[in-house]
Design a protein around this ligand. Structure first.
Ligand SMILES: Nc1ncnc2c1ncn2[C@@H]1O[C@H](COP(=O)(O)OP(=O)(O)OP(=O)(O)O)[C@@H](O)[C@H]1O
Length: 619
């Protein structure tokens, strides 16, 4: 039996010099209840046993790959895992929120960044945990309720301060504000119309379907509200902007962008010049109440499932990311920005290389790179932290997902993960894989740098040398005098290089060239491997089909020979029959009754000879 995880005293927060704090990454486990269908399919074989509030053991069922290999003496059939906290099948959505995310919501409201991942195989309860259902709202609606409750009557209604790049904000002129309002109204109106047609929607769908439900959130005992909010007399105001996007097949798609044509256009990940990745041209929408939040969520979910259907894929193959940005404003001055992201990861089983040849061929171009790289990064982070002599390169930039959330692993916010599992015997091997991944993630230490100060973002300077920041926000007039991003970035560029001095640019280009070369080499090797694998598989298939064909021909020959033999027998019998019949017919024709014959003989004896008659009688 193995025991993975750190002793509980290491899970505590530690204050480091310079005000930074370090803490083990919080990994929670949620075990979902069996469905009726699963119980009747005999899926309950005591594979998952919750031992206490932090420990779970997994017992391999008969027939699982894990059991088979343990019978051969490879590995064990029982595994024990520890988590920050384990939530059993009876845990309510409210309890889960209280014990996992609530403290991060506090931090978010106080100006810090937070990221929640839900990780697990398909059908393990990830979406249920993040979004929930109408009756049972998940984490996301609860965070929204808490945020609006916190903002109370201190909402900034102007809409002229908008998130920009990763950590900054931009001043919008009246025309731009008008455009913002129009775009938002178009989405909200489209949801209202569609909502009217969808009254019959099943309550189990992870959507919040009515305004009345949302308003009941705040009053419902079911949902936590926060007592802390700005003092009534305070001049502080808050603006909440949200974005919703998905990463599918290493392409980013905006879920709040109405899809006018059949083909969705993908967005790029850029660098803001301070090493922070952001999604360029992502649509940010300012929301003023829960009802608007609800409609945007519906709009995004609908967009996601419609796209999945079009591509003949399930939405569980993409990562869905809902991000909120809270701007704290005093007068017209931006005081701080904080970010809260909820990431519903794609089903983890997609990473496994257990596909048959045909499926592998189909999915060769679709391997979920982001999930593989996330695992790699977590592994590297853990290794770097446990063996400080061997600090290695962490491949954050190898996938869109890790690029975007790199900051969370580098001291600019807290990330935690909710691991979802089901208890089914048939998916045991996948579940074990998820648990092993979580055990590694749990050992990652996060360092939160200077948690009380949140920078409003990089300081940008225009062409004329004037600072782009005015009172903590980017001045749009100065921005206009600044080189446009398109001037500086060609289509292939990934970073917003305009913000770097020349020598750094040259260094960056050199680094990028080296990385590109390495990347190309790696891709080439990978491609060769895949080609070889496919070639081998094809050859194998050809040999098998050749063998099959020869066997079929042999069988065909045998069956023809048998048929020929039978036909020959039939003919022989028929000829025999025919010869017999002929003989019988001849006999009949030549038959002379005995008395006639005797009379003829007597006649002959008497001397009357009829030669013809005599001849007939004889023959
Ligand atoms: N804690 C729970 N209590 C009751 N039902 C649950 C719970 N968790 C999940 N379910 C139900 O289990 C089913 C699968 O859950 P869900 O769709 O959230 O899985 P998922 O991991 O998001 O799957 P996918 O990756 O395919 O999107 C749903 O019908 C959901 O309502």
């Amino acid at each position: 039996m193995i025991k993975v995880g750190f002793p509980s005293h290491l899970v505590q927060q530690t204050v480091m010099s310079g005000g930074a704090e370090q803490q083990m990454m919080q990994i929670y486990l949620r075990v979902r209840p069996f469905s009726k269908e699963e119980l009747s399919a005999n899926e309950d074989q005591d594979c998952v046993v919750i031992e206490d509030g932090q420990t779970v053991s997994l017992n391999a069922p008969k027939g699982s790959a894990n059991m088979k290999s343990s019978e051969k003496g490879i590995g064990l059939s029982i595994h024990k895992f520890t988590f920050s906290k384990v939530f059993g099948p009876q845990t309510t959505q409210g309890e889960l929120f209280e014990d996992t995310v609530k403290s991060q919501v506090f931090d978010f409201l106080e100006g810090k960044n937070a990221l929640i991942f839900s990780y697990g195989v398909t059908n393990a309860g990830k979406t249920f945990t993040i979004q929930g259902t109408l009756k049972d709202p998940g984490i996301l609606p609860r965070v929204l309720v808490a945020t609006f409750h916190y903002m109370g009557g201190h909402q900034y209604k102007e809409m002229d301060l908008k998130p920009y790049l990763r950590n900054g904000a931009q001043c919008l002129d009246p025309d731009q504000v008008k455009q913002e309002r129009t775009a938002k109204m178009a989405i909200l109106a489209s949801v209202r119309e569609e909502g009217d047609h969808q009254r019959t929607r099943s309550s189990s769908e992870p959507l919040i379907t009515s305004d009345s439900c949302l308003s009941s959130f705040s009053s419902s005992n079911n949902l936590t509200v926060f007592s802390g909010s700005p003092a009534e007399a305070s001049s502080e105001q808050f603006a909440l902007w949200v974005a919703f996007f998905e990463i599918y097949n290493e392409c980013i798609y905006d879920l709040l962008q109405p899809t006018l044509s059949k083909k969705r256009s993908s967005l790029r990940v850029c660098d803001d010049g301070a090493g922070n990745a952001y999604v360029k041209d992502l649509r940010w929408i300012n929301i003023q109440n829960l009802s608007e939040a609800n409609k945007l969520l519906q709009f995004g979910n609908k967009n996601r499932s419609a796209a999945a259907t079009k591509m003949n894929q399930s939405s569980s193959r993409s990562h869905g990311i809902f991000t909120m940005k809270l701007l704290k404003i005093e007068g017209k001055t931006l005081k701080r920005i904080s970010e809260f992201s909820l990431c519903d990861l794609a089903g983890s089983e997609r990473c496994n290389k257990t596909k048959t040849f045909g499926e592998r061929l189909k999915e060769a171009g679709n391997i979920n790179n982001s999930l593989l790289i996330l695992g790699k990064c977590i592994n590297f982070l853990r290794n770097n932290q446990t063996d400080r002599m061997k600090v290695g390169y962490i491949p954050f930039r190898e996938s869109k997902l890790t690029k975007l959330f790199q900051a969370f692993f580098c001291g600019k916010g807290m990330a935690s993960m909710i691991v979802n599992i089901n208890q089914c015997a048939s998916t045991y091997d996948e579940t074990l894989h998820v648990m092993k991944f979580s055990a590694v993630a749990k050992q990652v230490v996060q360092v939160i740098q200077d948690k009380h100060v949140v920078s409003p973002g990089p300081c940008l300077v225009g062409r004329d040398g004037k600072p782009l920041w005015r009172d903590g926000v980017i001045d749009n007039r100065v921005l206009e005098s600044y080189l446009s991003e398109d001037e500086l970035l060609d289509e292939e560029d990934e970073g917003d290089m305009s913000l770097l001095p020349q020598n750094e640019l040259l260094n960056t280009i050199e680094n990028l060239r080296t990385k590109l070369l390495a990347e190309r080499k790696k891709n080439l090797v990978q491609e060769m491997e895949i080609r070889k694998e496919m070639g081998d598989a094809m050859l194998q298939q050809l040999l098998e089909s050749e063998e099959l064909r020869i066997r079929e021909i042999e069988e065909l020959k045998e069956s023809h020979a048998e048929k020929l033999e039978n036909t020959f027998e039939l003919y022989r019998d028929a000829i025999k029959e025919h010869a017999y019949q002929c003989a019988m017919n001849n006999l009949e024709d030549n038959y002379v009754p005995l008395d006639e014959f005797t009379a003829e003989q007597e006649k002959a004896e008497r001397g009357v000879v009829d030669p013809a008659a005599r001849f007939d009688a004889v023959f």
